[in-house]
Design a protein around this ligand. Structure first.
Ligand SMILES: Nc1nc2c(c(=O)[nH]1)N[C@H]1C(S)=C(S)[C@@H](COP(=O)(O)OP(=O)(O)OC[C@H]3O[C@@H](n4cnc5c(=O)[nH]c(N)nc54)[C@H](O)[C@@H]3O)O[C@H]1N2
Ligand SMILES: Nc1nc2c(c(=O)[nH]1)N[C@H]1C(S)=C(S)[C@@H](COP(=O)(O)OP(=O)(O)OC[C@H]3O[C@@H](n4cnc5c(=O)[nH]c(N)nc54)[C@H](O)[C@@H]3O)O[C@H]1N2
Ligand SMILES: [Mo]
Length: 716
C-alpha cells in the first residue's frame, strides 16, 4: 500500500477492483465507510459478483473475469480524451506517458464493452466520477492479480492513478489490501524464489551484501550449491513446485525435487490440486510445520510424512508488518500447548541437525529481537533501518498517543513518529513514511519522491522518443539541496551505494541534504523489460470468448518459467468454451481463512459456514433443473471434479460460477476425515475448489490464475 488503511478517511472517492473488503478486510471498513459518510465519497466496486462490499457501493460495475486491463485502459483513454488528466503531475513526475496514451486509444468505451461486458456509458460515468472527485483511493486485491496477465492489470491500476495525479497524496494512492496479517513482512523478507530479503535479487552483489550482513563467508554460501549458476537462478514457485517432483513437464534443474517442507501452508490453496496430491505421494520426505494437520497430511497414502506441531501466533512473539507497512511487535499471550514448539525453535532444531547452526545463528543470541536487528541492518532498499525492537515496543505501549486520522503521535514518548514507523524509516530518528512518494514533506519528516531505478534517460522503441527519467526541474521535497530530479546516492563510502553501505552513512548523508537516498525520478508507464511494455488486454488462457482470441491472444509458451516449461499459446484453445461453458472464479468469505485448516477446526466458525458451495445464477439453475441446496458437480478442463452444494443467487451472472476456496478434507465426493491423526480432524470438511481451478500462470510472477478459468456444471 502506498498509503494506509487510516488514510482512506481522507479520500474523495474510492474504487475497489477485485477486492471484497467487506469479507476479506472487515477492519478496513471503518475507514471506508467513514470516507463514504463524512466526505460523501462515492464507492465504485468492480467485480464479477455483487459482493458484500458491492452492497455499499454507489456504482457497481459487473466485469467479466480477467478483463480488468481493458476496463482500466478504457478509463485512462476516456480521461485523456476528455482532458481530465493531471497535466502538471504528468509533465513533472511521469515517464512514458505519450507512448502509453497512444496504446490506450484502442480502448474506446465501445471496445471496452465488447471485451468486458461493461456498458460504454458506465465506463464514461466511472471516468467522470474519478475525475471530478480527487483524490481517489484505488484498491485492488486478488481479483486483479490471479490471471495470466495479472502483472499487466496491476500496472494499469498504477498508471490510472498517475494519470489522475493521485500518487503521493493523502486520500489517494494504490492501496493493495494485503492477505495474511504479516504477509507484507513475509514479502519484504522475500520468502520467494527469485530474490534475497529486501528485494535485493539473486545477483552476486546481492549475495555478497547479505553475506556481509550475516557475517558469513560468501564462499561458504556458494559451497552449498551444486554449481554457482543455481545461486543466481530463480527457483520453483509455490504455484508449480510439484512439477519438480512429477517431472511430467520439462524442468530446468539437475535433479527432481525429492523432499518438501510446507511451513505454514494450507496446501489446498494450490491450484491443480489433483497434481499436487500426486506429488505429495511421490516425495521421499514430506514435512509439515503447522499448528493444524493440513489437508496435505490427510491426502498422503505413503509413509513419507512428518507433522511438526507448531505453536500459533499467540504462543510466540516477534515483529510483523501490517498492510500499511507498519511494523508492530506481537507479544506472547500464552505458552505453547502440548508438545508444540514455536517456529523459531523448530527452525533452530532443524538448522542444528543440518549442521550449519554456527553460521546461521552467528548474530542471533536474543530471539526474536536479534532477528529484527538483522533486518534493521540489512534491509536498506525499503528502509527497515529505523524500526528497532525497542522503538517498535515503545509504539505498542503507547497506542493511545497516535492520532486516528494522521497516524502521527501527538506528544508522549513517540511524539512525531508515525504509528509503526511505516517503511521506509531510514534512521532511528526518522518518523517513518506514512505515504509513499509524497513530495509535500521533507524526506526527514516522511516525504519521498519517486525512485530512480531504471537509468537516467530512455529511448522508447515504440516511438523513437528519448526522455529524461529524472523528475522535472523545480520538483523536489522541501529542503532538498537539489531542486529537481537527481540520481540515486552512491560512493559516499567508496565502493558502496545507498543499498549496500552497511555503515548507513549514505542514508544519513542523503537525509541531511534533504534528499531521498534512492534519487528523485519519474514513475514509468512503460516497462521495457516486460513482454507488454504498456499493459494491454489478453484473453484469459481459457477464454469464454473464442471470438476475441485472435485479436487478444496470450503469450508464447515459456520453456523456463521459474524452472518449468509453462504453456501459454499452446494452452489457449478456442474450442474449449464449447465444452466448458461457464467462467469459474474463486475467492473468500469472511468466516473462513485460506485453506481453512484453522477456521474449519474452530467450532463457532465451522457452524457459521459448514458447507462448501458454488454460487450459480437463478436463471442458469432453473434452466438446468437445479434448486437451492441441490448437490452439483463442477468439472474443469483438466478433469478436476468437485461435488458441492448449489447456492442459487443473483450475486453471479448467468455465465459465471463462484466457489470459495476454504474447504478441504474431501476429494471426489469422499470424506478424508478418517485420514487425519486421531482427534485432529476439522469440524467441517468439503471439496477443495482448487481441484477445479484451471491451468494458467502470470507471465511475470507465475501467480496461479485462479480467478478466470472455465468449468462445466451438472446435477450430482
Ligand atoms: N475472512 C478472510 N479474510 C481474508 C482471507 C481469508 O481467507 N478469509 N485471506 C486473506 C488473503 S491471503 C488475501 S490475499 C486477501 C484477499 O482479499 P480479496 O482479494 O478481496 O478476496 P477474494 O475473495 O479472493 O477476491 C476479491 C474479489 O475478486 C473478485 N474477482 C474475481 N475475479 C475477478 C476479476 O477478474 N476481476 C475483478 N475485478 N474481480 C474479480 C471476486 O468475485 C471477489 O469478490 O484476503 C485476506 N483476508
Ligand atoms: N482458488 C484459489 N486459490 C487461492 C486463492 C484464491 O483466491 N483462490 N488465494 C491465494 C492466496 S492470495 C493465498 S495468500 C493463498 C493462501 O494459502 P495458504 O497460505 O496455504 O493458506 P492458509 O490456510 O492461510 O495457510 C496458512 C497455514 O498456516 C498455518 N499457521 C497459522 N499460524 C501459524 C504459525 O504461527 N506458524 C506456522 N508454522 N503455521 C501457522 C495455518 O494452520 C494454515 O495451515 O491461497 C491462494 N490460493
Ligand atoms: Mo493472499
Amino acid at each position: 500500500m502506498t498509503n494506509s488503511l487510516n488514510d482512506i478517511r481522507h479520500t474523495k472517492s474510492m474504487i475497489f477492483i477485485g477486492s471484497n473488503a467487506a469479507e476479506a478486510h472487515p477492519v478496513s471498513m471503518q475507514h471506508i465507510l467513514h470516507a463514504k459518510e463524512v466526505n460523501n465519497a462515492p464507492i465504485i466496486v468492480v467485480d464479477p459478483r455483487f459482493t458484500k462490499l458491492a452492497a455499499k457501493a454507489s456504482e457497481f460495475v459487473r466485469i467479466r473475469p480477467g478483463s480488468d486491463c481493458a476496463f482500466i485502459m478504457g478509463l485512462i483513454n476516456e480521461i485523456i480524451q476528455k482532458g481530465w488528466e493531471d497535466k502538471e503531475f504528468i509533465r513533472t513526475r511521469v515517464a512514458g506517458f505519450a507512448e502509453m496514451a497512444e496504446i490506450a486509444t484502442h480502448y474506446t468505451p465501445e471496445e471496452v464493452e465488447n471485451i468486458t461486458g461493461i456498458p460504454a456509458a458506465q465506463t464514461r460515468k466511472v471516468a467522470k466520477i474519478l475525475a471530478m472527485n480527487r483524490p481517489t483511493s484505488l484498491t485492488w486485491c486478488m481479483g486483479g492479480t490471479q490471471h495470466h496477465i495479472g502483472s499487466s492489470i496491476t500496472r494499469a491500476f498504477c498508471i490510472l492513478q498517475l494519470v489522475l495525479g493521485n500518487m503521493g497524496k493523502s486520500g489517494g494512492g494504490t492501496n493493495i489490501f494485503r492477505g495474511h496479517d504479516n504477509v507484507q513482512g513475509a514479502t519484504d523478507m522475500c520468502v520467494l524464489s527469485h530474490t534475497l530479503p529486501g528485494y535485493y535479487g539473486l545477483s552476486d552483489g546481492a549475495w555478497k551484501h547479505w553475506c556481509r550482513v550475516w557475517d558469513v563467508d560468501y564462499e561458504f554460501i556458494k559451497g552449498r550449491f551444486k554449481e554457482k549458476k543455481w545461486m543466481n537462478a530463480k527457483g520453483f514457485t509455490l504455484a508449480r513446485w510439484y512439477e519438480g517432483v512429477l517431472q511430467e513437464e520439462k524442468i530446468e534443474q539437475y535433479t527432481p525435487i525429492k523432499a518438501m517442507i510446507q511451513w505454514g501452508c494450507g496446501s489446498n490453496s494450490n491450484s491443480q490440486y489433483d497434481r499436487v496430491v500426486k506429488a505429495y505421494n511421490k516425495l521421499d520426505l514430506f514435512v509439515i510445520v503447522d499448528p493444524f494437520p493440513t489437508m496435505a497430511a490427510a491426502t498422503c497414502t505413503t509413509d513419507n510424512v512428518y507433522l511438526l506441531p507448531c505453536s500459533s501466533q499467540y504462543e510466540t512473539s516477534g515483529s510483523v508488518t501490517s498492510t500499511s507497512r507498519q511494523i508492530q511487535w506481537r507479544f506472547k499471550v500464552v505458552d505453547p500447548v502440548g508438545n508444540c514448539k514455536d517456529d523459531y525453535q523448530i527452525m533452530a532444531e532443524l538448522v542444528k541437525r543440518l549442521g550449519f547452526a554456527d553460521e546461521f545463528y552467528k548474530n542471533i543470541k536474543e530471539t526474536p529481537e536479534d532477528i529484527t536487528r538483522e533486518i534493521n541492518k540489512g534491509t536498506l532498499t525499503i528502509g527497515y533501518n529505523g524500526q528497532t525492537p525497542e522503538r517498535i515496543k515503545k509504539h505498542m505501549e503507547n497506542w493511545h498517543t497516535f492520532d486516528i486520522d494522521t497516524l502521527q503521535a501527538r506528544g508522549g514518548p513517540c511524539d512525531g513518529d508515525y504509528y509503526g514507523m511505516p517503511w521506509p524509516c531510514w534512521t532511528e530518528e526518522h518518523p517513518g513514511t506514512p505515504i509513499l512518494y509524497d513530495i509535500s514533506k521533507p524526506v526527514a519528516e516522511g516525504g519521498l519522491p519517486f525512485r530512480n531505478r531504471f537509468g537516467l534517460e530512455k529511448t522508447y522503441d515504440m516511438s523513437g522518443r528519448t526522455e529524461n527519467l529524472l523528475a522535472a526541474d523545480g520538483v523536489a521535497n522541501p529542503g532538498s539541496e537539489v531542486k529537481g530530479g537527481y540520481a540515486e546516492f552512491k560512493d559516499v563510502v567508496p565502493g558502496t551505494n545507498w543499498k549496500t553501505d552497511l555503515s548507513q552513512k549514505t542514508l544519513q548523508e542523503a537525509i541531511r541534504r534533504g534528499m531521498a537516498p534512492f534519487g528523485n525520478a519519474r514513475a514509468r508507464c512503460v516497462v521495457w523489460t516486460f513482454p507488454d511494455q504498456v499493459p494491454v488486454h489478453r484473453e484469459p488462457l481459457h477464454s469464454p470468448r473464442p471470438d476475441l482470441i485472435a485479436t487478444y491472444p496470450t503469450y508464447e509458451d515459456q520453456p523456463n518459467h521459474f524452472r518449468v516449461f509453462t504453456r501459454f499459446k499452446s494452452e489457449q484453445d478456442p474450442e474449449l468454451a464449447k465444452k466448458f461453458p461457464f467462467v469459474l472464479t474463486t475467492g473468500r468469505m469472511v468466516e473462513h481463512m485460506g485453506g481453512g485448516a484453522e477456521t474449519r477446526s474452530n467450532k463457532y466458525l465451522a457452524e457459521l459456514q459448514p458447507d462448501m458451495y458454488a454460487e450459480i445464477n437463478p436463471v442458469t439453475a432453473n434452466n438446468m433443473g437445479i434448486r437451492e441446496g441441490d448437490m452439483i458437480w463442477i468439472e474443469s478442463p483438466e478433469g478436476g471434479k468437485v461435488r458441492v452444494k448449489a447456492f442459487v443467487t443473483e450475486r453471479v451472472d448467468g455465465k459465471t460460477i463462484f466457489m470459495p476456496y476454504h474447504f478441504g478434507g474431501m476429494l471426489k465426493g469422499k470424506s478424508l476425515i478418517g485420514e487425519y491423526p486421531a482427534g485432529h480432524a476439522p469440524y467441517v470438511v468439503g471439496e477443495p475448489a482448487n481441484v477445479c481451478t484451471n491451468y494458467g500462470y502470470d507471465i511475470i510472477t507465475q501467480i496461479q490464475a485462479t480467478k478466470d478459468g472455465l468449468c462445466k456444471v451438472s446435477r450430482a
